[in-house]
Design a protein around this ligand. Structure first.
Ligand code: WTA
Length: 647
């Protein structure tokens, strides 16, 4: 590991950081040895409770993996994110919104956001939404998305956000699974100067969702939309007519806060369910300590609220801490590749948090897009979503951060709710490409394929977590059995992350990527099974196998092997059709890069597709294909190699 270029956080940063190394080590020790006392203290420090809890942690990862945190405690997330700040910072910005068009922006204070949330909560109530009901949100990055989330939280409704880049079919599946009563959308969304007909998509989805009685429509794009009387209402009209007084519902710490669908290695997307108290605590605490957030600073996470990063680090964590959270509607390359840095200057951004794919893309566009902007207020940079390659790290550090800003590499997942492994700035040295050390209360470990813990160091293996942490998901919506089978069966008594990792001599963790059949394209999770199901819908397709391969910008690209029905010919036109089909079924984020038509796929004698071999061929790594002797027909592999597309 001698080639690792260890970097220290600059002294002046470290001197004022919330946590130094000594504090990190002693707090970490306590968090593991005595989690109940540790987390009780944190819960009192970070959150406002209407009523204290009966027990801190109950349960473990054995059996049904039923876990509770702060059971019996009563609190409300919207109260914590809004009401409690009104006396001290009512007139301070809560959300600084920057539109797709650089001339459009809006600052919303805590008082204004509170008023709007109360009104919209009353609208939801009037539409028959009460505690425990589900509300689907299919919105672009506009302040109303934050209002909708917090309004649900205020009345105890469970929100399920569906990323605006998902197709009508994907939205339909998610609404149906959650049995949502209401869907909130906008006429159009606006990204990179282009309009996407969100309401049109929502109409198509809702037509097959009998549970939906109301569609609330925010006016954003301004183009005409179809209207279904009795179901559709305009957001602005309803809010204008609503009362501004809406008490925050006292929720049990274990009441559900939201469902967020994410891709797994098999079957349909899973409805990851998060609850109230533990989730908000770890989101708030990590936001403050990992980003070393200081009161009054402008903090910017570039994610979309449709992903977990947007939930925890645009809305819940920052607002619980009374932060100024910047919300950006647009894209990094519109009007040009300097947009991020132009926005940093315009709003005096101190913390900037983005994904490696965006960094790689901007790195390719050239330094001048960065250096023509000042970036003088930047203090800290962050990355999330996939492993960051050292070159991109160095560029981010040297060019974007002028060598002055520490970078935090945050490893976590939709399922974990908040940061899990991360180099706390001021406490832990930076190693480009490594998320380094566990956050408080998190016990990572490596296991081999047989499930034995690997105790030596350095080592490489499957990344598991030993004990419950406050912001962990509690279940999969409506399917606790799948929850147990997906995460706790493979290595009994442990949570299996689906990621591989390396532990270096210093005990620091390096995430190497998914070891299951989940793809990570531009930091977005996609299941190979979902893409395959879409491909086989085509009447000419007999069978499909999808794998990821290394891609310079998006981290992974999507490579599909397709076997056609007897007598069919694969050509460019058919490949284009298949790409389009997958886009229609799942959404524009599921863009296949390469399609190889294959007369047959390598299978074991029991008929299982050997994905390991397909991955190697897609990656153009032919030296070490491994054992092919168990294949039913080893010759198939040579045909695939001869016709491979990534040479
Ligand atoms: C990957 C996103 C390396 C990992 C918050 C994980 C990362 C998946 C990092 C979860 C990181 C996330 N370094 N890999 N800092 N952060 N990942 O659910 O494979 O969309 O399992 O949550 O992203 O993706 P998800």
């Amino acid at each position: 590991m001698s080639e690792v270029n260890i970097r220290q956080v600059p002294n002046d940063f470290a001197a004022s950081a919330h946590v130094n190394l000594e504090q990190y080590e002693s707090m970490y020790r306590r968090s593991i040895q005595d989690p109940n006392t540790f987390w009780a203290e944190q819960a009192k420090t970070y959150l406002d409770w209407f009523q204290p809890w009966d027990s801190v942690l109950e349960g473990n990862f054995e059996g049904e993996a039923r876990v509770t945190w702060f059971k019996g405690g009563k609190l409300n997330v919207a109260h914590n994110c809004l009401d409690r700040h009104l006396d001290t910072r009512g007139d301070q910005a809560a959300i600084i919104w920057e539109g797709d068009d650089p001339s459009e922006d809006r600052t919303i204070t805590y008082r204004e956001l509170h008023a709007e949330v109360c009104k919209f909560a009353n609208v939801l109530k009037a539409k028959g939404v009460s505690k425990g009901d589900r509300v689907s949100i299919y919105l672009p990055m506009i302040p109303e998305a934050a209002v909708a989330m917090l309004a649900c939280a205020r009345i105890g409704a469970v929100h399920s956000i569906v990323f605006g880049g998902f197709s009508p079919d994907a939205l339909r599946d998610r609404i149906q699974d959650a049995e949502a009563k209401v869907v909130i959308t906008s006429d159009q969304s606006l990204r990179g100067g282009r309009k996407v007909p969100l309401k049109g998509n929502a109409d198509k989805a809702a037509a097959q969702c009998p549970s939906i009685s109301t569609m609330v429509v925010v006016k954003r794009g301004g183009e005409p939309v179809e209207w279904k009387e009795g179901r559709d209402v305009w957001y602005h009209e309803e809010v204008a007519a609503a009362a501004a007084d809406c008490p925050a519902e006292p929720m049990d710490a274990e009441d559900p806060l939201f469902i967020l669908y994410t891709s797994g290695s098999t079957g349909k997307p899973k409805g990851v369910m998060h609850t109230t108290g533990g989730y908000l605590l770890q989101a708030a605490m990590t936001h403050k300590l990992v980003f070393d957030y200081k009161d009054g600073e402008v903090y910017w996470c570039t994610a979309d609220v449709g992903w977990v990063t947007g939930h925890s680090y645009i809305i819940y964590g920052p607002l619980a801490n009374g932060a100024k959270s910047l919300m950006f509607e647009g894209v990094p390359n519109y009007p040009d590749n300097g947009r991020f840095w132009q926005v940093c200057d315009k709003h005096n951004v101190a913390t900037f948090y983005t994904a490696p794919t965006a960094i790689r893309m901007l790195m390719g566009a050239g330094d001048e897009f960065v250096t023509k902007h000042q970036r003088s207020t930047l203090r800290l940079l962050g990355t999330v979503g996939e492993p960051i390659n050292p070159e991109a790290w160095e560029w981010y550090h040297r060019v974007v951060g002028d060598g002055r800003c520490p970078i935090v590499d945050t490893w976590w997942q939709t399922e974990t709710g908040a940061h899990m492994i991360v180099n706390l700035p001021g406490a832990v040295d930076m190693k480009p490409g490594s998320a380094t050390k566990p956050f408080f209360g998190v016990e990572p470990l490596l296991v081999d394929d047989q499930g034995n813990e690997i105790t030596e160091t350095p080592a490489e293996g499957n990344l598991c977590i030993r004990n419950p942490w406050p912001s962990m998901m509690r279940s999969l919506w409506g399917d606790h059995k799948r929850f147990v089978e997906t995460y706790f069966k493979m290595y009994p008594g442990l949570y299996f992350t689906g990621d591989g990792a390396r532990r270096d001599e210093g005990g620091d963790y390096w995430i190497t990527g998914r070891v299951d059949d989940v793809l990570n394209v531009s930091g977005h999770r996609l299941g190979t099974a979902e893409i395959e199901s879409a491909l086989v819908l085509h009447p000419k397709v007999a069978e499909a196998a999808v794998v990821g391969y290394p891609h310079d910008i998006t981290g992974q690209g999507i490579y599909a092997y397709v076997t056609l029905m007897a007598g069919e010919e694969g050509d460019k036109a058919l490949a284009d059709e298949l790409v389009k089909l997958v886009r229609t079924e799942i959404g524009p984020i599921a863009k296949i890069n390469l399609i190889q038509f294959a007369p047959s796929l390598p299978k074991t004698r029991s008929g299982k597709i050997m994905r390991r071999i397909l991955r190697k061929i897609a990656a153009n790594e032919l030296e070490n294909l491994g054992d092919t002797s168990t294949l039913a027909d080893p010759e198939v592999v040579n045909v695939l190699i001869d016709n491979r597309l990534n040479k």
